[in-house]
Write a protein that binds this ligand. Structure first.
Ligand code: AMP
Length: 460
C-alpha cells in the first residue's frame, strides 16, 4: 500500500510543518502516487482533475527543487486559463511560506504588460501563466528560461483544445533539454500521448481513480421535443430550485441567447463564454462564485478550471457529443461529500449520446418524463447576495479588511452579512446579503475607505 503521510517524503521539517498548518493531513491519491516520483526527479504523465489535489502534487516537488539563492527562473507552470493560473499561483505561494524569499510570478493574458515587465526584472524563481503571454515575454527577452529545470503543463488536454500547442512548443524550445517535465491532464487523447513523447523522457504514468464518486451524483435525463429546450430548462429550475447551477451549452452564442431569455423570465442568469473580454469574464465569475447569481450558463472551454464549490446542480442544456466531457461536466456537482444533481435534456435524435454515456459510465440511465416536473406559481429564484463594485482595488491599496472595516464600523451591518470580497487591480467586488445591499452601498459610497472616497455601484 502507498504511504499517504507527508512525513514519509524527504522534505524539510519546516516544509512539513507548513503543509500541516494548511490542514493537509494525508496525501490525496494523486499526491501519494506522484510526489515520491517527482521528488526523485522523474518525468510523470499524470491523469488528474481539478479537486484531486494535483496542484500540491507538483508544487511541493517544484518548490523542493528550487535554489532560492539563485535569482533565475527555475520552474515554469503553464495553464490554459487565467483563473487556473491564479489558483495555481495561490497554492504555490501557500506551500512556499516555509521557504523564505521564494518569488512566484503570474503571467497571464488580459493583464497589462508593463507591470509584468517590471516584476520580471526581479527574476522570479517560479513563473505560472498562460502560453500566449509567456511566449510574448520570451520573444521580448523579458523572460529567460535558459536556467529552467522544471516544466509543468497543467490541464494539458485543455491547452491543446484551446490551440496552444504551437506556443507551448516554441516556449519549450527556449528551455534546456535537461529538465524535469510533469504533464497533468484530465483526459488522455492521442495528442497528449504525442506531446508527451515529444517533450518528456521515460515518463511514468500516474493514474488515480476519479476523486468524484459518481454515485454521489443523482443523474436524470429528460427527453424533449425540438422546440421545448428552454421551456423544459425552466421547468427543471422550477422543480429542483437549485440555488447554484451551471447550465452547459455546446456553442457560445447559445449561452448569451439563453442568458437573455432566462433574464427576461426573471432569473438571475449569467453567460460565460469565449467572447467576453477579461473584465466581463471576471465580473461574471465573481457574481456567480459570491452567490449574487444563481445560474451560470457556460461552454466547456469557458467553464474549465473554475473552482466553484457548492454547486447544487449541473444541467446539460445540450448533451456533449463526448461522454468524457459529459462526466467532467457533471463532476462539478456532488463535491465534498454532498449529493449532487446532474440533469440532462436530450431529443430522440440524440439518444445515441445517452447510450454512449451509459456505456462510458457503465450505468443504466434514469430517464424521467418531463411531465413529472412540477411548475410552481409565482416562483422566483432570488440570489442570496448582491455584489457592490468599488472603484478602487489592489493598486489603490484597497484591501478586503478596509472594506469590511468600513462596512461594519457603525455596527449596523454585521460581519456575517458580508460575503466574499474579491480585489482586482483597480476594482473591488463586495458581496453583501440582499436585504442590506442598499445600506451597504450608502455606507461605502458616502464614507471614506483608506482616507479616500471611491465610487461604488451595485451590479445587476
Ligand atoms: P486542486 O486539485 O489542486 O485544485 O486542489 C483541490 C483543493 O484541495 C485545494 O483547495 C487544495 O488546497 C486542497 N488540498 C490539496 N492537497 C490536500 C491534502 N493533502 N489534504 C487536504 N486538502 C488538500
Amino acid at each position: 500500500m502507498t504511504n499517504t503521510t507527508f512525513s514519509s517524503l524527504a522534505l524539510a521539517p519546516e516544509v512539513l510543518a507548513n503543509i500541516k498548518s494548511l490542514g493537509y493531513e494525508t496525501m490525496t491519491p494523486i499526491q501519494a502516487q506522484s510526489l515520491p516520483l517527482v521528488l526523485d526527479g522523474q518525468d510523470i504523465l499524470a491523469q488528474a482533475k481539478t479537486g484531486s489535489g494535483k496542484t500540491a502534487a507538483f508544487a511541493i516537488g517544484l518548490l523542493d527543487g528550487l535554489d532560492i539563492l539563485t535569482y533565475q527562473t527555475q520552474a515554469l507552470v503553464m495553464c490554459p486559463t487565467r483563473e487556473l493560473a491564479d489558483q495555481v499561483s495561490k497554492e504555490i505561494r501557500r506551500l512556499a511560506r516555509a521557504i523564505p524569499n521564494t518569488k512566484v510570478l503570474t503571467l497571464c493574458g488580459g493583464k497589462p504588460f508593463g507591470p509584468q515587465l517590471a516584476s520580471l526584472e526581479h527574476r522570479p524563481h517560479v513563473v505560472v501563466g498562460t502560453p500566449g503571454r509567456i511566449l510574448k515575454h520570451l520573444k521580448k527577452g523579458s523572460l529567460r528560461l535558459n536556467r529552467l529545470n522544471m516544466l509543468v503543463l497543467d490541464e494539458a488536454d485543455r491547452m491543446l483544445d484551446m490551440g496552444f500547442q504551437e506556443d507551448i512548443m516554441q516556449i519549450i524550445d527556449a528551455m534546456p533539454q535537461e529538465r524535469q517535465t510533469l504533464l497533468f491532464s484530465a483526459t488522455y487523447p492521442e495528442e497528449i500521448k504525442d506531446i508527451s513523447l515529444a517533450i518528456q523522457i521515460d515518463p511514468i504514468d500516474v493514474r488515480v481513480e476519479d476523486p468524484v464518486e459518481e454515485n454521489k451524483i443523482k443523474q436524470i435525463f429528460y427527453e424533449i421535443e425540438r422546440d421545448e429546450r428552454t421551456e423544459k430548462l425552466i421547468a427543471l429550475i422550477h422543480h429542483y430550485r437549485p440555488q447554484s447551477s451551471v447550465v452547459f451549452c455546446n456553442r457560445k452564442h447559445q449561452c448569451q441567447d439563453l442568458a437573455e431569455e432566462l433574464w427576461a423570465k426573471g432569473f438571475h442568469a449569467l453567460a460565460l463564454h469565449g467572447d467576453l473580454d477579461q473584465n466581463e469574464r471576471d465580473r461574471v465569475l465573481v457574481q456567480f462564485s459570491n452567490k449574487s447569481s444563481s445560474i451560470l450558463i457556460a461552454t466547456d472551454v469557458a467553464a474549465r478550471g473554475l473552482d466553484i464549490k457548492d454547486l447544487e446542480a449541473v444541467i446539460n442544456f445540450e448533451l456533449s457529443p463526448d461522454p468524457d466531457v459529459h462526466v467532467h461536466r457533471i463532476g462539478r456537482t456532488g463535491r465534498a461529500g454532498k449529493e449532487g444533481l446532474a440533469l440532462s435534456l436530450f431529443m430522440a435524435s440524440e439518444a445515441p449520446k445517452v447510450s454512449a454515456i451509459e456505456k462510458y459510465q457503465n450505468i443504466s440511465a434514469r430517464i424521467d418524463h418531463t411531465a413529472t416536473l412540477k411548475p410552481r406559481e409565482h416562483f422566483k429564484l432570488i440570489p442570496e447576495m448582491v455584489t457592490l463594485v468599488v472603484n478602487g482595488g489592489r493598486k489603490d491599496k484597497v484591501r478586503a479588511g478596509d472594506l469590511l472595516g468600513a462596512l461594519t464600523a457603525n455596527k449596523v451591518i454585521l460581519g456575517k452579512q458580508i460575503g466574499k470580497i474579491d480585489i482586482a487591480d483597480h476594482l473591488a467586488y463586495v458581496a453583501v446579503e440582499r436585504p442590506i445591499a442598499k445600506q451597504a452601498l450608502k455606507i461605502l459610497s458616502e464614507g471614506k475607505i483608506k482616507g479616500r472616497m471611491f465610487r461604488v455601484r451595485k451590479l445587476n
